[in-house]
Design a binder for this molecule. Structure first.
Ligand code: KG4
Ligand code: ZN
Length: 337
């Protein structure tokens, strides 16, 4: 019998402010990854400026792709397929990666695999250990807050998501109120480790759904900061950070707990940039013990946006028969299915 051939997938990601290319073998083994981050460029504006992000993707994409192949000591002839994030994200940014992927697929006659960005975040976990089903994924990033159930590879069911702000977006906005530079999430997390939960803040969307809402919590922090300023009282930044983080994390945990119990979940994974949050990691581990299920949180390098996760997801998408032709378009609000 002929041995199954290894499959090398070139992944490309450009949905927000990271231009990234990566080669992954059989969906699990990272061969090389290059990420060009624009954080320092957008820092001065307090957030990602879409027009500037697109321009930098244009400037960086060729270099990133060349460097990725060089690091792997491979040429396009060694690549079996190209996986591309087609959405969701910033449309001007997505299109740069998409055009590069389509050009390479056309020139080198390679299959083109469309990958949803959230599928990428979920499959980042398969770079660490194989996924097990039924699985629950808590996806928490600057643009997403979602609970996704998976009964098998590429069988997604969205249970709920944020009705307004994403959790990372909320962290960054609250951090700005406290006077921390963009992206403030990790800096707020640091402060929260030394403060106390003293400020009373509203519990977000304490209902029977799997949805989240963070805009009320964000507004409450902004109002609190204004009121304290008007009264001439100094804000205790550490305590406010702890109070906010405790309430925000508890909201994520309570909806995740509900889904684990009601959906008979066996495996919980956390994905996205906010998975780096120390309190969230701690509480997720505790939740795993409480509900007696296995928990996986990928290492930081796979949590923030990268093309490794896109190449990994691309492998399973390919096995699921998902291929695109050159008419593939980017969609800023693509639905995971
Ligand atoms: O997944 P990601 O790199 O990009 C998106 O797809 O959005 O996530 C970035 C987000 C930012 O909002 C950042 O502030 C947040 O993740 N973040 C954190 C922490 N580290 C990154 N938020 C809270 N605590 C952290 N330790
Ligand atoms: Zn992301």
């Amino acid at each position: 019998m002929q041995e199954k051939k290894d499959m090398y997938i070139l992944g490309i990601e450009s949905s927000c402010d990271e231009t990234s290319a990566s080669i992954v073998k059989n969906g699990t083994e990272e061969i090389s990854t290059v990420i060009s981050s624009q954080i320092d460029i957008h820092k001065d504006f307090g957030g990602v400026v879409p027009e500037i992000a697109s321009r930098h993707h244009v400037k960086n994409i060729t270099m990133v792709l060349e460097e990725c192949l060089t690091q792997a000591n491979m040429t396009m002839d060694d690549i079996d397929a190209i996986a591309i994030t087609y959405g969701p994200g910033l449309i001007g940014s997505l299109l740069i990666g998409l055009e590069a992927a389509k050009t390479l697929a056309f020139l080198y006659k390679k299959p083109l695999i469309p990958v949803h960005h959230i599928a990428g975040h979920i499959y980042a976990n398969s770079l660490v250990r194989p996924l097990k089903f039924p699985l629950l994924a808590l996806v928490v990033s600057g643009g997403h807050t979602e609970l996704i159930e998976m009964t098998d590879h590429y069988k997604f069911q969205k249970l709920g998501g944020t009705l307004d702000d994403a959790i990372g977006e909320c962290f960054d906005k609250v951090a700005r109120v406290i006077g921390l530079e963009y992206p403030g999430g990790p800096k707020l997390d640091k402060l929260a480790q030394i403060g106390k939960h003293t400020y009373k803040l509203p519990i977000p969307l304490h209902d029977d759904s799997y949805n989240f809402s963070f805009s009320g919590l964000k507004s409450a922090v902004i109002n609190l900061a204004h009121n304290e300023e008007q009264r001439g009282r100094e804000l205790n930044k550490e305590d406010l950070a702890t109070s906010f983080q405790t309430v925000a994390v508890e909201s994520l945990i309570s909806k995740t707990r509900k889904a684990i119990k009601e959906k008979n979940i066996k495996y919980l994974i956390v994905a996205g940039g906010v998975a780096a949050n120390k309190s969230l990691r701690r509480e997720i581990e505790k939740l795993g013990e409480e509900t007696n299920i296995e928990v996986s949180i990928p290492p930081m390098k796979y949590c923030t946006d990268n093309a490794t996760m896109i190449a990994a997801a691309g492998y399973y998408a390919y096995l699921d028969g998902r291929k695109a032709d050159l008419t593939l378009n980017s969609t800023s609000s693509a639905v995971l299915k």
